[in-house]
Design a protein around this ligand. Structure first.
Ligand code: GDP
Length: 424
């Protein structure tokens, strides 16, 4: 049986905490897409960790953590995160990296950085982790698969070919120094040495484990709005953020994914550019940003202030539907305790017509939020463990959202710690 934990919004919904919690019951935790461009924040008995590459099961020594074939593998991140864990007392985790996954190379990061600089004011707000150049190369069939590290001679020939193309762009578009095969081969030798103990046929491992009745957890990164097909294209990420992609990015049978948990935050936040209908500005935004998350809404990867807004039920309903959510988790609800009234965006007005259907980007650009105002609960709800003990207005807020997003909210998170969770 496979459970997927995925984002219903723009990412940063608090998926890390939910995966860490559910990892307790899993035998395998799998990353299936994305790379080091986003981060989960996990707080547990060992401390507070920002994981960008390693699956959230690394804190449980019984769990097999898998970096699936769909992931953009950043070897320096794997090495530094492993070192950070063990130096802070976490037992050596069990880790496997797919031999069909591909490597994020230093030149992917270079191209990401150069392109963002070239686009200047029109940039995508990339985290400059090399993700777009990485996936472009993968689909242009000039990516480097982990398995190719087994034949360094053949790889050298391939790298010569890759650099022939890259150097034209570097020289003529970016006016940058050209790359040398020797340097790239040295980088690949380093990656090979670091990865060697972990490389394997992860898809076969997962399929075998599932046959034996083991439980796997798919750990999504970012959220529906960042999906390249179904999100706010072009301000999206370069790999699918949907639970359905878990089957592809981990190499497991789609029918096994029977539980899809969409994580949705009690207000909205987004990093980078792109449409964000329920965004708020000025002092109102500054206060929410400061009080938000755990220590403010600032990116886990970049430290950038996140854009914030009130809950967008239109985007979240779509977000849950596209994930195929069997249930939702409403997170960071504790943060809203300071508000007298809480607006919820329940419709978009586009060309004078109100809709609750999330449109394509062209229409989204014209959308204005339609608000419904709910009364606040004006108290701190952290520490409450039973749903019935929540203030009435807080329960009404949850139930209002549940109806609007058309998905049962089975868990409510009311604090950053693992135990701050209310099951319904
Ligand atoms: P992810 O990418 O979806 O895993 O999201 P993040 O790791 O960026 O999580 C968002 C932030 O919210 C982190 O700093 C978490 O510690 C914090 N967080 C998660 N759940 C809650 C919650 O219920 N209340 C509060 N106050 N913070 C939370």
């Amino acid at each position: 049986m496979v459970t997927a934990v995925v984002g219903a919004n723009w990412g940063d919904e608090g998926k890390g905490k939910i995966t860490d919690m559910l990892a307790d019951e899993a035998d395998i935790v799998i990353r299936f897409q994305g790379g080091a461009n986003a981060g989960h924040t996990i707080k547990n008995q060992y401390g507070k960790f920002a994981l960008h590459t390693l699956p959230s099961g690394v804190f449980h020594s019984s769990i097999m953590n898998i970096i699936g074939n769909g992931v953009a593998v950043s070897v320096p991140h794997i090495a530094s995160e492993l070192k950070d864990l063990t130096s802070r007392g976490v037992p050596e985790p069990k880790l496997m990296v797919s031999d069909r996954a591909q490597l994020v190379m230093s030149y992917h990061i270079l191209f990401d950085t150069l392109e963002e600089a070239r686009l200047a004011g029109k940039s995508f707000g990339s985290t400059k982790s090399g993700i777009a150049p990485f996936y472009s190369d993968k689909f242009a069939k000039i990516g480097i698969q982990v398995s190719e590290l087994r034949d360094m001679d053949a790889l050298r020939e391939k790298v010569d070919g890759i650099l022939e193309k890259k150097n034209v762009l570097l020289k003529h578009l970016y006016h940058h120094e050209e790359l040398k095969t020797d340097d790239i081969m040295k980088e690949l030798e380093e990656y090979k040495a670091i990865l060697e103990p972990y490389v394997g046929d992860t898809s076969a491992y997962i399929r075998d484990a599932l046959k034996q009745g083991k439980k796997a957890l798919l750990e999504g990164q970012l959220g529906t709005m960042k999906d390249p097909d179904h999100g706010i294209y072009p301000m999206v990420t370069s790999s699918s953020t949907l639970a359905g992609y878990g089957a592809v990015g981990a190499g497991l049978p789609p029918r096994e994914i029977s539980r899809v948990i969409a994580v949705t935050k009690a207000y909205s936040s987004a990093v980078g550019a792109g449409e964000f209908v329920s965004e708020i500005f000025g002092d109102e935004a500054e206060e929410l940003r400061r009080r938000g998350g755990d220590g403010g809404e600032y990116g886990a990867t970049t430290g950038r202030p996140r854009r914030v807004g009130f809950y967008d039920a239109v985007a979240s309903k779509y977000g849950c539907a596209l994930q195929g959510a069997t249930e939702a988790v409403l997170t960071v609800l504790d943060v809203l305790g300071y508000l007298d009234e809480i607006p919820v965006c329940t419709g978009y007005e586009i060309d004078g017509k109100v809709t609750d259907v999330f449109p394509t980007t062209t229409d989204l650009m014209k959308a204005k939020p339609v608000w419904e105002i709910l009364p606040g609960w004006k108290c701190d709800i952290t520490g409450i463990r039973k749903y019935e003990d929540l203030p009435e207005n807080c329960r009404k807020y949850i139930e209002f959202i549940e109806e609007k997003i058309d998905c049962p909210i089975k868990m409510v998170s009311n604090g950053p710690a693992r135990e701050d969770i209310i099951l319904r």
